[in-house]
Ligand binder design. Structure first.
Ligand SMILES: NC(=O)c1ccc[n+]([C@@H]2O[C@H](COP(=O)([O-])OP(=O)(O)OC[C@H]3O[C@@H](n4cnc5c(N)ncnc54)[C@H](O)[C@@H]3O)[C@@H](O)[C@H]2O)c1
Length: 337
């Protein structure tokens, strides 16, 4: 309507503690939101340009990534996640990742919320991993021995999402470069009733599991021997840079978005450089969901999610609405002039 009046939306802030409160116990809903966001993305109902990586010559291990995106439809929202990764934080006692998620109103363009983003990011990442594991094992027996390669926040979140969405395992394997981190995760898993094996040698973890989750901070491939995956496990390659391109090129590869995944020095990017094409990519998770692609099971199946900003926005909008309803949102009066 041309003469419709528009109001400036109120600007709200949501702390990590409040985000945690909203997300707690809502894992199934978050998986559904992520599935819906993948469908919308697959149908062309989103805008999701490449993530922008800010790096620092004097601090080569750190980075801050901007993920701008727009989700269309009845739950339309625009925005950006701005998330830092400083891996050295961990040994100094604070989490690696920190960030904010800004939601913009699609009608006015105004930013209307700033949410703590590390928990939303971990939740949508875990939901996407669990969703992929579900779709990639449909019509088959589910894996019974899961292995976590890297045991930080993302590994913990993925385990929590498996548990909350009805998955159970006979055994959980864990491995981490830092033995105290593996031991800490193992202790928490045992307290939750899991049968846990800590593997000092990464090859023992890989050989003994039929579902492997990579959640390290490796910057370049460190798993190079294809025989370690000769039993054709399902691999959730969440950290994206662990597997040698020689392993990737001979596996069945499913991604969240082909253009996103084949860049930024991921293992798939290296495989593209090695082979000169993208023929080793079977398709996207959306292709699997729609039946457009059937994944070959005569080789390891590797899901590599680049991590799409549309997922953060979909989950962030849901969290914002729930927090508004419960009175948890701290509105900043007169934020806009
Ligand atoms: N694809 C996505 O959508 C997505 C989203 C969020 C995070 N991530 C990635 O997930 C990874 C894990 O994130 P996090 O928050 O849990 O990090 P974190 O720093 O809390 O934990 C990472 C763990 O991996 C261990 N590790 C590092 N290199 C290792 C190696 N070579 N072998 C074994 N263990 C190793 C570290 O000691 C640490 O315990 C990061 O690489 C992050 O970028 C991906």
């Amino acid at each position: 309507m041309p003469d419709e009046r528009l109001d400036v939306p109120p600007f709200g802030v949501l702390s990590g503690a409040r985000v945690r409160r909203v997300l707690s116990g809502r894992e199934k809903q978050v998986v559904e939101l992520v599935e819906e966001a993948y469908r919308r993305h697959g149908e062309g109902g989103t805008v999701n340009p490449p993530s922008y990586f800010l790096r620092f010559p004097d601090r080569p291990t750190g980075r801050i990534i901007a993920l701008p995106a727009s989700v269309g439809g009845e739950n339309a929202v625009d925005g950006v996640k701005w998330i830092s990764s400083f891996p050295a934080n961990v040994v100094k006692g604070i989490p690696r990742a920190s960030g904010v998620l800004i939601l913009n109103d699609p009608r006015t363009g105004y930013p209307y919320a700033c949410l703590e983003a590390s928990l939303i990011s971990a939740a949508r990442t875990a939901a996407s991993a669990v969703l992929a594991a579900d779709w990639l094992t449909r019509g088959q027996e589910r894996p019974t021995r899961v292995g976590f390669f890297g045991t930080g926040l993302i590994a913990r979140s993925i385990h929590a999402y498996f548990a909350a969405t009805g998955w159970s395992f006979d055994r959980v394997g864990v491995h981490d470069l830092l033995p105290e981190r593996a031991a800490g995760f193992a202790g928490d898993l045992r307290a939750a009733g899991e049968d846990v094996v800590v593997h000092d040698r990464p090859e023992d973890l890989l050989r003994s599991c039929d579902l492997v989750v990579f959640a390290t901070v490796a910057g370049s491939p460190h798993v190079t021997d294809p025989s370690l995956l000769a039993h054709h496990p399902l691999v959730l390659h969440v950290s994206l840079r662990d597997l040698a391109p020689e392993i990737i090129k001979d596996a069945a590869n499913v991604v969240d978005d082909v253009d996103h995944c084949l860049r930024a020095g991921t293992s798939l990017d290296l495989a593209q450089q090695l082979t000169g094409d993208r023929a080793f990519v079977d398709g996207t998770l959306h292709d699997v969901m729609t039946g457009a692609v059937t994944v070959r099971r005569d080789r390891p199946v590797i899901f590599s999610p680049f991590g799409l900003g549309v997922l953060d926005l979909a989950v962030g909008k849901f969290v914002h609405e729930a927090a508004t309803r419960s009175g948890d949102l701290a509105v900043v009066p007169d934020f806009f002039p």
